[in-house]
Design a protein around this ligand. Structure first.
Ligand code: NAG
Length: 248
């Protein structure tokens, strides 16, 4: 996956990786803790990602999208554990080198929504929230913004759950179990994944993949979701839904 032609630049965050050169690069957004490992440890899938279900997406972007991605990272403030950004990029991608040194400017947007274009012209929306947006990103923002009811699959932990939410015009329902094949299904308590899709039957077919759970604690965390209306991606996720929790 790591093409040698893209090798000089690498930043790795808690739940993602970004690589690029002056032509293009890719952004992996996923839920696997400590993946990829730091370069000195070699390239392998970590044990931390084996116990539970995980989700992720990898998108190729032309370099002209990287200033936008750079600004989004400032807002979602990933916990970066490995960085290598040559000085030649520092004037264009100003935030990433700062984030690598743990420097944070004092003025950061509370949240920011932007459009990104993949290298082959697919449109993505990226929702970034800072830790001062003290709300559930799905119920308070993404569902209302995209005007679609969402089914969300995020890591559920007993006594740390936000219930399904129908208070606002667009609802958010917690998926409680997914099926991977006809014989095999598992509960969201074992699924560390973080994604949401438009409820079946709605005309919009959104899929969002990101790095925040629907949990009261994660309202205090920064993070984000990347969303697409790609039909193949939607169908792949839609097929996984076994059942979800209605509102009380
Ligand atoms: C639903 O979500 C909104 C936005 O986060 C919140 O203000 C509201 O209190 C929630 N409703 C319930 C019943 O939890």
């Amino acid at each position: 996956m790591l093409c040698s032609s893209i090798s000089p630049v690498l930043t790795v965050s808690l739940v993602g990786a970004l690589l690029w050169n002056r032509v293009q690069g890719f952004w992996v957004i996923h839920s696997v803790p400590r993946f990829p490992p730091i370069a000195e440890e070699g390239y392998d899938y970590p044990a931390t990602g084996r116990r539970n279900g995980q989700s992720g997406i990898c998108v190729t972007f032309k370099y002209n999208q990287y200033e936008t991605i750079d600004s989004q990272l400032l807002v979602c403030n990933p916990n970066i554990y490995s960085c290598s950004i040559p000085a030649t990029f520092h004037q264009e991608l100003v935030h990433m080198p700062q984030l690598c040194t743990r420097f944070r400017p004092s003025k950061i947007p509370v949240r920011y929504l932007t459009t990104l274009q993949s290298a082959q012209g697919q449109t993505f929306l990226h929702f970034a929230k800072s830790d001062s947006f003290l709300d559930d990103i799905f119920a308070a923002w993404i569902a209302q913004q995209l005007k679609t009811h969402f089914l969300t699959e995020t890591w559920q932990r007993k006594r740390q759950e936000l219930p399904s939410n129908c208070s606002l015009p667009y609802h958010v329902y917690n998926i409680k179990a997914i099926k991977v094949s006809r014989q095999s299904y598992f509960s969201s308590y074992q699924d560390h994944a973080k994604w949401g899709i438009s409820q079946k039957g709605t005309k919009d077919h959104w899929t969002c993949i990101g790095d925040l759970n629907r949990s009261p604690h994660q309202a205090f965390r920064s993070g984000g979701f990347i969303c697409t209306q790609n039909r193949n991606i939607y169908q792949a996720f839609q097929k996984l839904v076994l059942y979800y929790e209605d509102c009380n």
